[in-house]
Design a protein around this ligand. Structure first.
Ligand code: CIZ
Ligand code: SF4
Length: 304
């Protein structure tokens, strides 16, 4: 096999030639995560994008995440390995539908989860992530209505945390929707000593079985700090790679094997290499949308 250069090495070399930084989401395949200069949640990665001197950002995740990086760093070239890596939840709300809903609730404050298109963010008053959603909604005066977009599960979780009624958009993540309470109960029977840790994109009954609820960053932090040795993880299965890598003495079980997001899994090492070779596929966002979406993101950053 002498003379064959491993693909990882080719990517690393090309990354330097192209002056690129590789950002990888926590839900990406393990071999892709291992190539990341940074691995994290979508907002954390976008903030990394804002701080790097690199000219090119190779964003391994789904489309709305690359858009967020572009909103935060409009002067950089943001490329993705596969343009088909979208997010079905983000696609559950369009600008036209949101405008219609705003027409029905003209006084409502529109709080939009980062899992949404740049154009939908631009129609929103403030963004939130799964890590700061409770805090962002709590910052809206009690006498104002809140329209929470697009994740009804996260919105419902926030509403219960705050004891506040929210108008919920009827969107959801199909991947987290599949983490059923029965899956968690079966995993608990099999691993009775394990703590159950789930993402707030799951349905309420699944969340109700959890010892801890958190964003991907929150889940990573909780498991690292906990004295427990064993965990059942109710979120997209890609995160298990990082959990196992960073906590070699602990054991992690997936709550459901069905929590496997096909869009996240579109990234491969080959596509990363091609992406750097041809500097494709570039993600662009119109300037006026960048400006308005940026306002909603900045408001969130001021609050959290
Ligand atoms: O914002 C993100 O990165 C997502 C999709 C989940 C999370 O909890 O970090
Ligand atoms: Fe979208 Fe869910 Fe896949 Fe994340 S895991 S990209 S929210 S479908």
């Amino acid at each position: 096999m002498k003379g064959i250069v491993p693909i990882q090495e080719r990517i690393r070399k090309l990354k330097v030639d192209r002056d690129a930084v590789i950002l990888v989401h926590n839900y990406q395949p393990g071999d892709v995560q291992d190539m990341g200069d940074f691995v994290g949640d979508s907002l954390g990665l976008s903030r990394q994008a804002g701080q790097t001197d690199a000219e090119v950002i190779l964003f391994c995740g789904v489309h709305f995440m690359a858009e967020t990086a572009k909103i935060i760093s409009p002067q950089k070239r943001v490329i993705v390995p596969d343009l088909n890596a979208g997010c079905p939840m983000a696609n559950m709300v369009t600008v036209r539908e949101l405008r219609e809903m705003k027409g029905k609730h003209p006084d409502a404050v529109v709080v939009t989860y980062v899992n949404s298109s740049a154009a939908v963010k631009a129609e929103s008053d403030v963004c939130c992530t799964s890590a700061n959603a409770v805090k962002v909604v709590a910052s809206v005066p009690e006498d104002r209505e809140v329209l929470f977009v697009p994740d009804r599960n996260l919105g419902d979780y926030v509403a219960r945390q705050l004891g506040r009624r929210l108008i919920l958009w009827n969107g959801y993540c199909p991947t987290h929707q599949r983490v059923l309470p029965d899956h968690v109960r079966a995993a608990k029977r099999k691993h009775p000593d394990a703590l159950v840790v789930v993402h707030p994109e799951c349905v309420a009954e699944t969340i109700g079985l959890a010892d801890h609820v958190g964003s991907t960053t929150g889940i990573l932090r909780f498991c690292a700090r906990s004295d427990a040795r064993e965990f059942i993880i109710g979120t997209e299965v890609g995160i298990l790679h990082r959990l196992r890598k960073e906590n070699p003495g602990k054991t992690f079980h997936e709550a459901s094997p069905l929590a496997d997001c096909p869009n996240m899994k579109l990234t491969t090492l080959e596509k990363m290499l091609w992406s750097l070779e041809d500097l494709v596929y570039e993600v662009t966002v119109p300037e006026d949308i960048i400006a308005r979406a940026r306002r909603a993101i900045d408001r969130m950053l001021e609050i959290s």
